[in-house]
Design a protein around this ligand. Structure first.
Ligand code: ADP
Length: 402
């Protein structure tokens, strides 16, 4: 295949993030973000990585169609426009692929219809993802558009991990099961961790801890995901920036019956006003650490609850995997917060988990080990790169079909 560029689009309800990559060089040509689409204060920030130039536009951008056209103009200005014969495909992040999409998929009408059918289980994300695909398709109908699903990596989970303990007839009727999210990141990081150990992914068992604003853990056995902490939606599991993670489901009945809250209010409480933010009013780990250093008890408790849950999942996934070769920390908190990494494995020596204080505190860009040389389990910091993974999966699929 002669064309080597892939445009990666990540469409949110009011935003459009994009990156243009050259897959032959494995390099980034441009990155950018359109924010507040549909408002009067929309903003586009574009960086051309070959020249280092950053340009900004502000003013109303009415919809995703207008946003993508503005992005196309910016790319044109850098000489890497969407009509270039060098562009091989557009790769789209799609949050929910249900059980149907186990791999990256070239978009056609049937694929669009299936993504649409999944809207009831992903009401916040799939509509925006669909809009992004439709807009890109209208702009370049001749170009392969590839959907890369956040859930796909987790479709290898056994039924024992994927099913909730409820009536299967009800579960199936409403597509209730554990799908898991952040799959692109878990796939990339587990593979990069194997590479860091000098092994093939099929030879190692890895626990991946993706700790960003959203957070999830996964247990990856010989390259295949066997368990993950997010469930039917990204609300289950770890304590997150603004989401509660695990909770007794009866809390919801209690808030409705005794607290008099509506379903909408409970939804907002658990998704947007819980987690670190709900506990202490901040969801940025840097600010929380600063407050702890100043002796703030509320911030300390939020940190402790966050770390306790994390440790519980590490222990659980050691049990699920039986043998663990590596634990990898990734995303904003995982890559940067040495205090979280240290606290999460403190006291787990019996499980073979130890962190070297100096290695953990040292800054670094690429994947690196933070456990001592003799450790039974490698503990690593492995930066995630979801855009590169989406571009790689898109490019490989298009090259295979070529
Ligand atoms: P998302 O993609 O889910 O929005 P990121 O992976 O970018 O999130 O992570 C964002 C979070 O990472 C921030 O909210 C903050 O808590 C944390 N973070 C970023 N940089 C640092 C840092 N230097 N130290 C500690 N935490 C950090």
């Amino acid at each position: 295949m002669s064309a080597s560029r892939v445009l990666v689009l990540n469409s949110g309800s009011s935003s459009l993030k994009y990156q243009l990559l050259d897959m032959r060089e494995r390099s980034r040509l441009a990155v950018g973000l359109v924010e507040r689409i549909g408002e009067r204060t929309s903003r586009l920030r574009h960086t051309c990585l070959t020249s280092g130039d950053t340009r900004e536009r502000s003013g109303p951008i009415a919809d995703h169609d207008a946003a993508l056209k503005a992005v196309a103009e910016e790319l044109d200005q850098d000489g890497v426009g969407l009509d270039s014969p060098e562009l091989a495909a557009i790769g789209h992040r799609v949050v929910h692929g249900g059980m149907f999409f186990t791999e990256p998929t070239v978009v056609d009408d049937e694929v669009l219809a299936e993504i649409e059918r999944l809207i009831p289980v992903a009401p916040l994300h799939n509509p925006a993802n669909l809009t992004g695909i439709r807009t890109a398709r209208a702009l370049r109908p001749d170009l392969p558009q590839v959907a890369v699903f956040d859930t796909a990596f987790h479709t290898t989970m056994p039924e024992s991990a994927a099913r909730y303990a409820i009536d299967p007839k009800i579960a199936d009727r409403h597509r209730i099961r554990r799908y898991g999210f952040h799959g692109t990141s878990h796939a990339y990081v587990s593979r990069e961790t194997a590479r860091l150990l000098g092994k093939d992914p099929s030879e190692v068992n890895v626990i991946v801890l993706h700790l960003g604003n959203g957070a999830s853990a996964s247990a990856v056995e010989k390259g295949r995901c066997v368990e993950t902490s997010m469930g039917m939606t990204p609300l289950e599991g770890l304590v997150m920036g603004t989401r509660s993670g695990d909770l007794d489901p009866a809390v919801i009945f209690h808030l409705a019956r005794v607290g008099g809250m509506s379903m909408e209010e409970i939804d907002t409480l658990l998704n947007k006003r819980s987690g670190l933010f709900g506990l202490c009013g901040d969801n940025d780990m840097r600010e929380i650490r600063r407050r702890i250093d100043d002796g703030d008890k509320e911030a300390q408790l939020a940190f402790d609850i966050y770390v306790h849950r994390l440790k519980k999942y590490i222990g659980a996934y050691c049990a699920v995997l039986g043998r663990v070769d590596a634990v990898a920390f990734t995303a904003g908190v995982g890559e940067n917060a040495s205090t979280v990494r240290e606290a999460a494995v403190a006291g787990l020596e019996q499980l073979g988990l130890v962190v070297d204080g100096e290695l953990n505190a040292a800054h670094g860009d690429g994947p690196r080990l933070i456990s001592p040389a003799h450790a039974r389990v490698a503990v690593a910091v492995v930066p995630t790169d979801e855009e590169l993974e989406i571009a790689t999966q898109t490019y490989e699929l298009v090259a295979k079909n070529d």
